[in-house]
Write a protein that binds this ligand. Structure first.
Ligand code: ADP
Ligand code: MG
Length: 311
């Protein structure tokens, strides 16, 4: 299923060598790249690259679709259970493939626990709410815990070691690293039966590296490019992409929702599903879907237990 650079008609070995050396090994990686960026990284003239990209598109069958084909593709969308019936219902059945789902909320609202749970649940067979697939977990904050995976696997009666073997973990050390990990996933995902990619959190490196109002525009531009890259990944391979975003509450906001004020959600200009999480009493959490015309309004209550996300 993975079409290598060398399988693209008209790509000679010298060009293939240069592309591979720059990290572009599959046809998908060039199709989704920009010509100027490819030219800069490979030293190949833009006119030659344009030809490579056109041939790669043709080889991958990227052309117009009829509306009926769009409908059939839409029917192809699959869902992953969160572990909570109430949260699944709020999301129209679970976390969808072919899109990005953003969980945003304050520290401790349950974003990381949901990411862990989905990495386990994606492995379940379809009749139990999974996709019989594997997960990629990109961790930017160092909050991934194998112990939680083990406990959640046990909670579902799954073999913990087997479940852990099916989660590919990578720590991202800065925003450039984070972006390059996702670039590589255009090759890695189809080769390894990956059906879920988690980025927890998608924003922290960008916030740290581009601080303050003076870097706001640059930060948002880089973040948008990264989110589009993730969206393409979700669409290209019919996988679910889940990102988290920590937002701070503003104690000085008295009317409306205090957590939407600072930072807000990051998917504002990207298609996708945004879910706000709030703490409630004890281990209870409240989820709300924001700006999703295709989903009913309302809130879901779920709990975080030792065994994971439950009703
Ligand atoms: P966020 O990523 O939004 O900052 P987390 O997903 O890390 O928040 O959620 C942390 C919360 O998860 C803790 O406050 C605790 O309530 C719950 N939690 C973490 N580990 C366990 C566990 N082993 N058993 C029960 N609840 C847990
Ligand atoms: Mg977290």
């Amino acid at each position: 299923r993975v079409l290598s650079i060398r399988d693209i008609p008209g790509v000679n070995p010298a060009i293939a060598d240069k592309l591979e050396a720059a990290g572009y090994s599959s046809a998908w990686t060039v199709v989704v790249a920009r010509v100027d960026e490819l030219a800069e990284k490979t030293g190949i003239p833009p006119t030659a690259l344009q030809k490579v990209i056109e041939n790669a598109r043709r080889a991958l069958g990227i052309t117009f679709k009829t509306a009926r084909e769009v409908k059939l593709e839409r029917l192809n969308i699959k869902k992953i259970t969160t572990g909570s019936k109430s949260l699944d219902d709020l999301l129209g059945g679970g976390i969808e493939t072919k899109t990005i789902t953003e969980f945003y909320g304050e520290y401790g609202s349950g974003k990381t626990q949901i990411c862990h749970q989905l990495s386990v649940n994606v492995q379940l067979p379809p009749e139990r709410g999974g996709l019989s697939g594997k997960a990629v977990y990109v961790d930017t904050e160092g909050t991934f815990r194998w112990e939680r995976i083990e406990a959640m696997a046990r909670g579902l009666g799954l073999e913990p070691d087997q479940v852990m073997d099916n989660i590919f973990y990578m720590r991202a050390y800065n925003s450039d690293h984070q972006v390059s990990i996702i670039d590589d996933l255009f090759t890695f995902v189809p080769k390894n039966d990956v059906r879920l990619v988690v980025v927890d959190s998608v924003t922290s490196h960008f916030r740290a590296e581009f601080p303050g109002r003076e870097h706001l525009a640059e930060r948002q531009q880089k973040l948008n490019a990264h989110l589009h890259q993730l969206m393409r990944l979700a669409e290209a391979f019919n996988i679910a992409v889940v990102v988290t975003n920590q937002v701070m509450a503003r104690p000085d906001v008295f009317y409306g929702d205090p957590t939407t004020a600072v930072g807000g959600h990051v998917l504002a200009h990207t298609p996708g599903v945004r879910v706000q999480l709030r703490r409630s009493k004890g281990n209870k959490r409240i989820a709300r879907v924001v700006d999703a015309p295709h989903l009913p309004e309302g809130e879901a209550v779920f709990v975080i237990t030792e065994e994971g996300i439950r009703d």
